[in-house]
Ligand binder design. Structure first.
Ligand code: ZN
Length: 107
């Protein structure tokens, strides 16, 4: 008997090399293709991403807005989306300021 899902690990296609599979482990998501080396840490700014958020990042290139990150500089909490930069490192994408934007009227 073989049970492949005993660890209940999720995996999805790798956005970087396109041929490998990214397997989501407890602390990290990692591409199985050794020459690719895509690695995404689950813990970002003192927040642990969920499997769903990691999958969003891998499948769509970015997550939805996530609340509860903590800045290492100021200690303040903030919200941001997580996305890949050109090197497939994780970076924050902050929501646009709603307060300061000009309203455009449509005719
Ligand atoms: Zn890969």
């Amino acid at each position: 008997m073989t049970f492949e899902q005993k660890d209940n690990r999720q995996s999805c296609p790798c956005p970087k090399c396109k041929s490998g599979n990214v397997v989501i482990y407890r602390k990290v998501a990692k591409c199985q293709n050794e020459s690719c080396g895509l690695t995404v840490w689950r813990s970002i700014a003192k927040k642990e991403l969920t499997d769903g958020q990691l999958t969003d990042l891998l499948m769509n290139g970015k997550t939805a807005l996530i609340k509860g990150f903590i800045s290492s500089k100021t200690g303040n909490t903030f919200e941001a989306a997580v996305k890949f930069d050109a090197d497939y490192k994780t970076v924050f994408e902050f929501p646009p300021n709603k307060g300061g934007s000009k309203k455009r009227r449509t005719k």
